[in-house]
Ligand binder design. Sequence first.
Ligand SMILES: [Zn+2]
Length: 239
Amino acid sequence: MTELLYQTDSYLTEFDANVTSVLQEERAVTLDRTAFYPGGGGQPCDLGFLTITGVNYPVEKVKKQGEHVLHYLGGNEIFQAISSASRGTLDWARRYKLMRTHTALHGLCGTVFRDYGALVTGGDMEPLKGRMDFEFETMRGELVREIEAAVNNEVAKAREIRVIILPREQAFQIPDLIRTKINLLPEGIMQVRTVEIVGLDLQADGGTHVHNTNEVGAIRVVDYKSKGAINKRIYIEIE
Ligand SMILES: [Zn+2]
Protein backbone atom coordinates (compact mmCIF):
# COMPACT_ATOMS: atom_id res chain seq x y z
CA MET A 1 0.00 0.00 0.00
CA THR A 2 1.37 3.42 -0.94
CA GLU A 3 1.00 6.21 1.64
CA LEU A 4 -0.49 9.18 -0.20
CA LEU A 5 1.48 12.15 1.13
CA TYR A 6 -0.31 14.67 -1.10
CA GLN A 7 -3.60 13.93 0.66
CA THR A 8 -2.47 15.64 3.85
CA ASP A 9 0.22 18.00 2.46
CA SER A 10 -0.44 19.31 -1.01
CA TYR A 11 2.60 21.63 -0.79
CA LEU A 12 5.14 18.81 -0.47
CA THR A 13 7.50 19.16 -3.47
CA GLU A 14 10.20 16.60 -2.53
CA PHE A 15 10.10 13.41 -0.51
CA ASP A 16 12.12 10.31 0.38
CA ALA A 17 10.62 6.87 -0.20
CA ASN A 18 11.56 3.24 -0.60
CA VAL A 19 10.97 1.35 -3.82
CA THR A 20 8.64 -1.52 -2.97
CA SER A 21 8.36 -3.19 -6.38
CA VAL A 22 9.68 -2.86 -9.92
CA LEU A 23 7.84 -3.66 -13.13
CA GLN A 24 10.72 -4.09 -15.57
CA GLU A 25 8.72 -4.21 -18.80
CA GLU A 26 6.62 -1.14 -18.02
CA ARG A 27 9.61 0.70 -16.51
CA ALA A 28 7.43 1.44 -13.49
CA VAL A 29 8.06 1.36 -9.74
CA THR A 30 5.84 1.41 -6.68
CA LEU A 31 6.95 3.29 -3.56
CA ASP A 32 5.99 2.98 0.12
CA ARG A 33 4.97 6.66 0.06
CA THR A 34 4.52 9.30 -2.62
CA ALA A 35 3.74 12.98 -3.14
CA PHE A 36 3.00 12.35 -6.84
CA TYR A 37 -0.71 12.75 -7.53
CA PRO A 38 -1.81 9.75 -9.63
CA GLY A 39 -4.62 11.59 -11.42
CA GLY A 40 -8.35 11.45 -10.79
CA GLY A 41 -11.38 13.67 -10.28
CA GLY A 42 -10.48 15.63 -13.41
CA GLN A 43 -6.97 16.51 -12.16
CA PRO A 44 -4.15 15.09 -14.32
CA CYS A 45 -1.29 13.15 -12.72
CA ASP A 46 1.91 14.85 -11.59
CA LEU A 47 5.21 14.79 -13.46
CA GLY A 48 8.74 15.21 -12.12
CA PHE A 49 11.82 13.15 -11.27
CA LEU A 50 12.64 10.09 -9.22
CA THR A 51 16.26 9.66 -8.15
CA ILE A 52 17.29 6.07 -7.46
CA THR A 53 20.94 5.51 -6.41
CA GLY A 54 22.07 8.75 -7.98
CA VAL A 55 20.28 8.27 -11.31
CA ASN A 56 17.58 10.79 -12.20
CA TYR A 57 14.62 9.21 -13.96
CA PRO A 58 11.93 11.46 -15.37
CA VAL A 59 8.49 10.50 -14.03
CA GLU A 60 6.40 10.49 -17.21
CA LYS A 61 3.13 9.12 -15.86
CA VAL A 62 1.68 8.24 -12.46
CA LYS A 63 -1.26 5.92 -12.01
CA LYS A 64 -3.16 4.39 -9.10
CA GLN A 65 -3.53 0.64 -9.22
CA GLY A 66 -5.50 -0.75 -6.31
CA GLU A 67 -3.72 0.40 -3.15
CA HIS A 68 -0.48 1.17 -4.97
CA VAL A 69 0.76 4.10 -7.03
CA LEU A 70 2.75 3.24 -10.16
CA HIS A 71 5.44 5.70 -11.26
CA TYR A 72 6.37 5.24 -14.93
CA LEU A 73 9.97 6.21 -15.56
CA GLY A 74 11.50 7.51 -18.77
CA GLY A 75 15.10 8.14 -19.76
CA ASN A 76 17.70 5.99 -21.47
CA GLU A 77 19.45 4.62 -18.40
CA ILE A 78 19.44 0.87 -18.04
CA PHE A 79 16.64 0.34 -15.60
CA GLN A 80 17.12 -2.13 -12.80
CA ALA A 81 15.81 -2.81 -9.34
CA ILE A 82 18.86 -1.57 -7.54
CA SER A 83 18.71 0.06 -4.16
CA SER A 84 15.43 0.58 -2.40
CA ALA A 85 16.01 4.23 -1.45
CA SER A 86 14.69 6.95 -3.72
CA ARG A 87 13.92 10.63 -3.73
CA GLY A 88 10.99 12.12 -5.61
CA THR A 89 10.87 15.67 -6.94
CA LEU A 90 7.67 17.09 -8.35
CA ASP A 91 7.38 19.40 -11.34
CA TRP A 92 6.12 21.94 -8.84
CA ALA A 93 5.40 24.81 -11.26
CA ARG A 94 2.96 22.55 -13.13
CA ARG A 95 1.43 21.02 -9.99
CA TYR A 96 0.87 24.42 -8.35
CA LYS A 97 -0.98 25.63 -11.47
CA LEU A 98 -3.16 22.51 -11.23
CA MET A 99 -3.86 23.25 -7.55
CA ARG A 100 -4.92 26.81 -8.39
CA THR A 101 -7.06 25.50 -11.26
CA HIS A 102 -8.69 22.76 -9.16
CA THR A 103 -9.60 25.21 -6.38
CA ALA A 104 -10.95 27.66 -8.99
CA LEU A 105 -13.23 24.92 -10.36
CA HIS A 106 -14.57 24.14 -6.87
CA GLY A 107 -15.16 27.87 -6.43
CA LEU A 108 -17.14 27.82 -9.66
CA CYS A 109 -19.18 24.81 -8.43
CA GLY A 110 -19.97 26.48 -5.13
CA THR A 111 -20.93 29.77 -6.75
CA VAL A 112 -23.12 28.23 -9.47
CA PHE A 113 -24.89 25.99 -6.95
CA ARG A 114 -25.52 28.87 -4.53
CA ASP A 115 -26.74 31.31 -7.21
CA TYR A 116 -28.62 28.98 -9.60
CA GLY A 117 -29.02 25.65 -7.77
CA ALA A 118 -27.16 23.84 -10.57
CA LEU A 119 -25.45 20.56 -9.71
CA VAL A 120 -22.10 19.45 -11.11
CA THR A 121 -21.93 16.27 -13.16
CA GLY A 122 -18.26 16.26 -14.12
CA GLY A 123 -15.16 18.24 -14.87
CA ASP A 124 -11.70 18.19 -16.38
CA MET A 125 -8.61 20.38 -16.19
CA GLU A 126 -5.10 21.08 -17.35
CA PRO A 127 -2.76 23.69 -15.90
CA LEU A 128 -4.61 27.05 -15.78
CA LYS A 129 -7.67 25.94 -17.74
CA GLY A 130 -10.61 23.69 -17.05
CA ARG A 131 -14.25 22.91 -17.65
CA MET A 132 -17.19 21.88 -15.52
CA ASP A 133 -20.44 20.23 -16.55
CA PHE A 134 -23.63 21.28 -14.79
CA GLU A 135 -27.29 20.31 -14.76
CA PHE A 136 -28.11 23.92 -15.54
CA GLU A 137 -31.20 24.29 -17.71
CA THR A 138 -31.36 28.10 -17.40
CA MET A 139 -27.72 28.69 -18.44
CA ARG A 140 -27.45 31.22 -21.28
CA GLY A 141 -24.87 33.56 -22.77
CA GLU A 142 -25.90 36.58 -20.70
CA LEU A 143 -25.03 34.72 -17.50
CA VAL A 144 -21.37 34.26 -18.45
CA ARG A 145 -20.23 37.69 -17.18
CA GLU A 146 -22.48 37.39 -14.10
CA ILE A 147 -20.99 34.01 -13.12
CA GLU A 148 -17.47 35.27 -13.80
CA ALA A 149 -17.98 38.30 -11.55
CA ALA A 150 -19.53 36.20 -8.77
CA VAL A 151 -16.78 33.56 -8.72
CA ASN A 152 -14.03 36.21 -8.75
CA ASN A 153 -15.79 37.99 -5.92
CA GLU A 154 -15.72 34.77 -3.86
CA VAL A 155 -12.07 34.07 -4.64
CA ALA A 156 -11.17 37.64 -3.61
CA LYS A 157 -12.65 37.01 -0.15
CA ALA A 158 -9.49 35.01 0.70
CA ARG A 159 -11.47 31.99 1.81
CA GLU A 160 -9.53 29.23 3.56
CA ILE A 161 -9.51 25.71 2.08
CA ARG A 162 -9.81 22.92 4.67
CA VAL A 163 -9.04 19.31 3.87
CA ILE A 164 -10.10 16.57 6.28
CA ILE A 165 -10.40 12.79 6.18
CA LEU A 166 -13.56 11.43 7.81
CA PRO A 167 -14.94 7.98 8.55
CA ARG A 168 -17.47 7.12 5.84
CA GLU A 169 -20.45 7.09 8.25
CA GLN A 170 -19.66 10.58 9.50
CA ALA A 171 -19.28 11.95 5.96
CA PHE A 172 -22.69 10.59 5.03
CA GLN A 173 -24.25 12.80 7.74
CA ILE A 174 -23.17 15.99 5.95
CA PRO A 175 -26.01 17.28 3.72
CA ASP A 176 -23.66 19.25 1.42
CA LEU A 177 -21.71 16.11 0.63
CA ILE A 178 -24.80 14.15 -0.23
CA ARG A 179 -25.72 16.76 -2.84
CA THR A 180 -22.33 16.23 -4.53
CA LYS A 181 -23.18 12.59 -5.08
CA ILE A 182 -21.14 11.08 -2.25
CA ASN A 183 -23.51 8.12 -2.48
CA LEU A 184 -21.67 7.12 -5.66
CA LEU A 185 -18.62 6.23 -3.54
CA PRO A 186 -17.79 2.52 -3.80
CA GLU A 187 -18.86 0.55 -0.72
CA GLY A 188 -15.35 -0.60 0.18
CA ILE A 189 -14.13 2.95 0.80
CA MET A 190 -14.21 3.45 4.57
CA GLN A 191 -12.77 6.96 4.71
CA VAL A 192 -13.85 10.05 2.83
CA ARG A 193 -11.57 13.00 2.16
CA THR A 194 -13.43 16.27 2.06
CA VAL A 195 -12.30 19.59 0.58
CA GLU A 196 -14.07 22.68 1.88
CA ILE A 197 -13.77 26.21 0.59
CA VAL A 198 -14.97 27.62 3.88
CA GLY A 199 -18.31 29.35 3.43
CA LEU A 200 -18.70 28.41 -0.22
CA ASP A 201 -18.23 24.77 -1.22
CA LEU A 202 -17.81 21.33 0.32
CA GLN A 203 -17.05 18.21 -1.69
CA ALA A 204 -15.71 14.70 -1.34
CA ASP A 205 -12.51 15.03 -3.35
CA GLY A 206 -9.13 13.37 -3.70
CA GLY A 207 -7.32 16.23 -5.44
CA THR A 208 -4.72 18.78 -4.40
CA HIS A 209 -5.79 22.33 -3.56
CA VAL A 210 -4.23 25.63 -2.49
CA HIS A 211 -4.60 26.74 1.16
CA ASN A 212 -6.50 29.94 0.41
CA THR A 213 -8.52 31.25 -2.53
CA ASN A 214 -6.23 34.30 -2.65
CA GLU A 215 -3.67 32.01 -4.36
CA VAL A 216 -5.99 31.22 -7.29
CA GLY A 217 -5.67 34.42 -9.35
CA ALA A 218 -8.20 35.95 -11.74
CA ILE A 219 -10.70 33.55 -13.31
CA ARG A 220 -12.08 34.13 -16.79
CA VAL A 221 -15.17 32.31 -18.03
CA VAL A 222 -14.04 31.85 -21.63
CA ASP A 223 -16.88 29.82 -23.14
CA TYR A 224 -19.93 27.71 -22.49
CA LYS A 225 -21.68 25.01 -24.48
CA SER A 226 -25.04 23.32 -24.40
CA LYS A 227 -24.77 19.55 -24.18
CA GLY A 228 -28.54 19.15 -24.48
CA ALA A 229 -31.45 20.97 -22.85
CA ILE A 230 -30.21 20.48 -19.30
CA ASN A 231 -26.50 19.79 -19.43
CA LYS A 232 -24.23 22.81 -19.87
CA ARG A 233 -20.45 22.96 -19.97
CA ILE A 234 -18.61 26.04 -18.65
CA TYR A 235 -14.96 26.68 -19.60
CA ILE A 236 -12.60 28.76 -17.46
CA GLU A 237 -9.01 30.02 -17.63
CA ILE A 238 -6.86 31.32 -14.81
CA GLU A 239 -4.54 34.29 -15.18
ZN1 LIG B 1 -12.35 18.40 -7.31
